[in-house]
Design a protein around this ligand. Structure first.
Ligand code: GLN
Length: 256
């Protein structure tokens, strides 16, 4: 396990566990860590990022946010075997209101299983969902309307998996452009307690500061009983978000 820390006046801050960055880091998913860290530091809050390697046995008892990125099917299979050993700890973390953000391959692992042809890759069963495969791969830019972000969430998706939510699981939002969970329901991602699962790479957080602040605010609320966040100057982030969104809406990016 390797750690990076930055201190904070008054000692307030968050500890973030980044699971298996050497295997699960598609389309810059690890960049999400920089966003969480920067947005804490810009507010004078501390941040400790713990990179959890595949042979580490982490404890989640002092962790505030867990992040799992996306990966290829091959990498997912490797990770999943290891991750199942942490299932009970992760389950308690989630049920206790711990913040968990998972992208694409990581999102699929939150569910009961990922069906790859005849092979069933066992999931963590943290959220009532499952994933099977479909053709073609769902690839392209994506925009999602969600209650966790004041702006549409924009990014990029590339998955063969089709994720199906249990009837009590709320989607992260409605697909405005692109494919989402399975290309047919118009739903994208999942929300369960303080878990956010999504197919949105990009990475997710740089152009979607609302999502970053949602995660930080939920974690601060759980830890300190107050999730209020000082506003930041997000002009650059919001301009990047708007350019992508406008291009999608104007049909200037090819939808595949
Ligand atoms: N391997 C998974 C799929 O193809 C997830 C891919 C990803 O993380 N982008 O569905």
């Amino acid at each position: 396990m390797s750690q990076q820390s930055s201190g904070a006046a008054g000692g307030r801050g968050l500890r973030i566990a980044h699971l298996y960055p050497e295997l699960l880091n598609l389309y810059g998913d690890s960049g999400n860590m920089l966003v969480l860290k920067s947005r804490l530091e810009w507010r004078g809050l501390g941040c400790q990022i713990v990179e959890v390697g595949i042979d580490d046995r982490p404890s989640f008892s002092d962790v505030d946010i867990v992040f799992i990125g996306g990966g290829t099917d091959r990498e997912q299979k490797i990770v999943c075997q290891k991750l199942l050993a942490e299932r009970e700890e992760l389950h308690s973390f989630v049920e206790d209101g711990g913040v968990l953000a998972a992208v694409c391959g990581g999102y699929q692992l939150l569910g009961d299983y990922y069906l790859l042809g005849d092979e069933k890759v066992q999931g963590l069963s943290l959220v009532d969902l499952y994933t099977d495969r479909g053709e073609p791969r769902l690839i392209g830019n994506v925009a999602v309307q969600s209650r966790i972000s004041p702006q549409p969430i924009v990014g990029y998706e590339n998955h063969g998996g089709r994720t199906h939510l249990g009837s009590d699981v709320e989607p992260m939002g409605k697909v405005l452009y692109g494919h989402g969970n399975d290309g047919t329901t118009g739903e994208e991602g999942c929300l369960y307690k303080n878990v956010v699962g999504t197919y949105v790479h990009g990475p997710l957080l740089p152009k979607n500061p609302g999502v970053a602040d949602y995660l930080l605010s939920r974690a601060l609320e759980r830890k300190y009983g107050n999730g209020e966040l000082e506003p930041l100057d997000d002009r650059a982030e919001l301009a990047a978000n708007k350019i992508m969104y406008d291009r999608m809406m104007a049909g200037k990016v090819p939808e595949r």
